[in-house]
Write a protein that binds this ligand. Structure first.
Ligand SMILES: Cc1ncc(COP(=O)(O)O)c(C=O)c1O
Length: 354
């Protein structure tokens, strides 16, 4: 048996044919594929509109710019997430304010969000971390305080909260199609969705130089468009994502590791993470069994060097500091064979490290 990776990007003849057809057509950018991918994605997740773009990180910056967020503004983000959640805020000139995470579900803590809200807070970015939807209390808090809620759904294609799919929970949502994500596009890619009609037109504009239909730039933007080849591949993967999510769920059941899932929600199982007191030894056990495993995300965002000047650089976000370096991701992706799953399960349960 060859080594079992943490992710296996999906590729088949249908994807290949779609890619080659686009290349042969000569219409490589700004064509029907990206247009259709956005429409189909919005319909699938229940958003008002969706626009493909170049990455999940680009999607986050577009979402922030759409909301007019910039210098002098604060945006609350979880202390434990992929760093792009925070750096997107810094890159539009605003200040990320780090909130702690929930002990049970590892998503941003609504209680700490309430503590961190100031008169400068313009938005909260909730991350559906590892595919686990964030608390519905975030929506309540944002509505009450009249601030925007952005979903970082980079890891959560197909997750849902109280019957609403990721992509239609916040004012805006940002997805990534990086190759290891639950669906991909044969390269870099992202998607911004919105539930607000008033943002839909500007959403299209902001990934295309801020231009209107007459090609006049009416606000500041740049080229963040997705290529037609990537969109064509994404459209095919979108038709398969629901079955892949079911397979991820059944894989997690099969592996039989108790992970708390939020009541009323559907987890998208981007990662199956094991909270371990000895993460290095657990990774070594998996490594010896020829299985990839990795700590996600060992350093709380506020402690990264890039935030050495940030007012929270040394702040102890209690739960982040306690568990961030102890969460070990093991393979759970839908292409795992029965033998591979059995090996993962046996390796996990033979170890007393979780
Ligand atoms: C939670 C989260 N946010 C944002 C991103 C950024 O996405 P991308 O790599 O497509 O820029 C990722 C992807 O790694 C992610 O996991």
């Amino acid at each position: 048996m060859t080594r079992i990776p943490l992710a296996r990007p999906y590729w088949d003849e249908e994807c290949q044919e779609a890619a080659v057809n686009v290349l042969s057509s000569g219409r490589w950018v700004k064509g029907p594929q990206a247009q259709a991918f956005g429409e189909e994605f919005a319909k699938w997740c229940g958003a008002v509109a969706a626009v493909p773009c170049q990455s999940g990180s680009a999607a986050l910056m577009v979402a922030l710019r759409l909301l007019g967020i910039g210098p002098g503004d604060e945006v609350i983000v979880p202390g434990m997430t992929f760093i792009a959640t925070a750096t997107s805020v810094s890159l539009v000139g605003a200040t990320p304010v780090f909130a702690d995470i929930e002990e049970e579900y590892w998503c941003i803590s609504p209680q700490d969000v309430e503590v961190k809200i100031t008169s400068k807070t313009k938005a909260v970015i909730g991350v559906h971390i590892f595919g686990q939807p964030f608390s519905s209390k975030l929506r309540e808090i944002c509505d009450e305080k009249k601030i925007a809620l952005i979903e970082d759904a980079a890891q959560a294609h197909g997750a849902s909260l109280d019957g609403i799919k990721a992509g239609a929970i916040g004012d805006l949502a940002c997805f990534s199609f990086f190759p290891s994500k639950n669906m991909a596009v044969g390269g870099e890619g992202g998607m911004v969705t919105t539930t607000r009609k008033d943002l839909a037109d500007r959403l299209r504009r902001l990934v295309d130089h801020g231009r209107d239909d007459a090609l006049e730039s009416i606000e500041l933007g740049t080229n963040l468009r997705m290529s037609e080849v990537n969109a064509a591949i994404g459209r095919i993967q979108l038709t398969k994502i629901d079955q892949w999510t079911s397979k991820r769920r059944s894989n997690s059941k099969f592996i039989e590791h108790e992970t708390l899932t939020r009541p009323g929600s559907e987890h998208a199982w981007h990662q199956l993470c094991i909270l371990s007191d000895d993460p290095n030894l657990l990774i070594t056990k998996f490594d010896e069994a020829q299985i990839d495993a990795r700590v996600h995300y060992p350093i709380p965002c506020n402690r990264h060097q890039v935030y050495s000047e940030h007012f929270q650089h040394k702040e102890n976000l209690v739960v982040c500091d306690k568990i961030a370096h102890k969460l070990v991701a093991i393979p759970i992706h839908p292409s795992l064979t029965h033998d591979e799953l059995s090996k993962i399960k046996a390796t996990l349960h033979s170890s007393s490290l979780c």
